[in-house]
Write a protein that binds this ligand. Structure first.
Ligand SMILES: [Fe+2]
Ligand SMILES: [Fe+2]
Length: 190
């Protein structure tokens, strides 16, 4: 027997929940009560995905291309960040998939889809650090906006974005410290 409250099936009615889950099975992780427009959610996450891919590429390039006696430490740091950006990339791609979308890894148009920039390839060490700090600050602002958007309506995505944001803040702090170590003064006041 289905329990009704104000004509609506009661949410804790297991039979009703099971029936709906079966009916909606083709929608994957998206249930009837998903409070956002999944298409819009996916579109926004595609931007975050492109941003992470660009960050993987930029940090990887810097980890290889940085030269000079002072570059050994920063090269390791760039490589470590590249790994962490790759993890973010995977998390976001998985979530897009769960929401019923196809993660967009198409290199065509990647730079224009991303919030952060790849930057020039022929930079000296300090300029590389600055590029990365700028990119991290863009990512931080972007994730803050996204967290606000997903809010209470999609707590799974929001929690994932909060985890990513915390790492981006560490990255920005790492780049800031590197900049101070290699240039002696902060580019941006805190
Ligand atoms: Fe990231
Ligand atoms: Fe980052």
């Amino acid at each position: 027997m289905t329990t009704k409250t104000n004509g609506q099936p009661f949410l804790s009615d297991v039979t009703e929940l099971r029936r709906r889950a079966r009916e909606e099975i083709e929608k994957g992780a998206i249930t009837e009560d998903y409070a956002l427009d999944p298409k819009q959610a996916i579109e926004l996450l595609q931007i975050a995905l492109a941003t992470e891919i660009v960050c993987v590429l930029r940090y990887t390039m810097h980890s290889v291309a940085a030269t000079g006696i002072a570059s050994e430490g920063p090269k390791d740091e760039f490589a470590e960040h590249a790994d962490e950006e790759r993890e973010h990339m995977g998390m976001i791609a998985e979530r897009i998939n769960q929401l019923g979308g196809t993660p967009n890894f198409d290199p065509e148009g990647l730079a224009t889809r991303a919030a952060s920039q790849y930057g020039p390839g022929d930079l000296d060490l300090v300029a590389m650090i600055k590029e990365n700090l700028i990119a991290e600050r863009i990512a931080i602002a972007h994730y803050r906006e996204l967290i606000h958007f997903f809010g209470e309506k999609d707590p799974t995505t929001r929690t994932m974005l909060e985890e990513i944001l915390a790492t981006e803040e560490e990255h920005a702090n790492d780049m800031h410290d590197l900049l101070v170590a290699h240039e002696g003064k902060p580019m941006l006041s805190r």
